[in-house]
Design a protein around this ligand. Structure first.
Ligand code: NAP
Length: 246
């Protein structure tokens, strides 16, 4: 489906991002597997893609850094000639109750989760506009839709991603570029592994489907929004959460 297309997946060294990279490459895209610090794990994702006869390369960039992101996107464009799909998946948590939250923990989460989306879209959109084609998918969360106690920073960043998605969708629609967000519920990754069994059991009671989601549930949704068939869908937030937030 994505033959001759170049896709960037930020934060693809593990978890949801790694699965998205594998799915897009399995469907024919050349995938840039971005990471911040986990080089070996990103290389491992690339190896797995190549073993499955896909095409991928690992590239380091801290997406919260504006000028580093500018240089990285320039490098990708110079090397591969186009950028068709951008998946803003990189994200972090620094949970804590609001009254005790450190300023640095608020800033770090906003910088990666929200400003990271701005930084990549800021430079990729120019390339996509010239191509008159592009697919941008930003990772939000149910926490951004409904809010979550203990995650004021994370919820604010993910709600910000939704506003950013809608504004970008309006700016870029006339050039054949769609911008959508996905709001995952609880997905089985290292991010949720740290939760206690009690918290996990409590969470499952809030999920009508009765289980945590798998990374593939998100990757398949991303692949659909990235497809040419999804050209009339823009500015939307697709909830992939087992019915948790409706
Ligand atoms: P994860 O397992 O913790 O992986 C996070 C990824 O982001 C890693 O590859 C990490 O790479 C990368 N990353 C972090 N900071 C970065 C930066 N500044 N620049 C570039 N890459 C960076 O997380 P996940 O569970 O797969 O979640 C992926 C996305 O889905 C996140 O945006 C998250 O908020 C969202 N989400 C997750 C869930 C869930 O239940 N898991 C639910 C809703 C939304 P390095 O190790 O190299 O830093």
């Amino acid at each position: 489906m994505f033959e001759n297309q170049v896709a960037i997946v930020t934060g693809a060294s593990r978890g949801i991002g790694a699965e998205i990279a594998k799915e897009l490459s399995a469907q024919g895209a050349m995938v840039i597997v971005n990471y911040q610090g986990s080089r070996e794990r990103a290389e491992q994702v690339v190896d797995e893609i190549k073993e499955a006869h896909g095409n991928a390369v690992a590239m380091q960039c801290d997406v919260s850094d504006f000028s580093a992101t500018e240089q990285w996107i320039k490098d990708v464009h110079k090397e591969y000639g186009r950028i068709d799909i951008l998946v803003n998946n990189a994200g972090i948590t620094r949970d804590g109750l609001l009254m005790a939250m450190k300023e640095a923990d608020f800033d770090a989460v906003l910088s990666t989760n929200l400003k990271g989306c701005f930084n990549t879209v800021r430079f990729v959109s120019r390339i996509m506009m010239k191509q008159r084609f592009g697919r941008i998918i930003n990772m939000s969360s149910v926490s951004g839709v409904a809010g979550n106690a203990g995650q004021a920073n994370y919820s604010a960043s993910k709600a910000g991603v939704i506003g950013f998605t809608k504004a970008s969708a309006k700016e870029l629609a006339s050039r054949g570029i769609t911008v959508n967000a996905i709001a995952p519920g609880f997905i089985d990754t290292e991010m949720t592994e740290v939760l206690s069994d009690e918290v996990k059991q409590q969470a499952v009671t809030q999920i009508p489907v009765g289980r945590f989601g798998e990374t593939a549930d998100i990757a398949k949704a991303v692949a659909f929004l990235a497809s040419k068939e999804a050209s009339y869908i823009t500015g939307q937030v697709l909830h992939v959460d087992g019915g948790m937030c409706m």
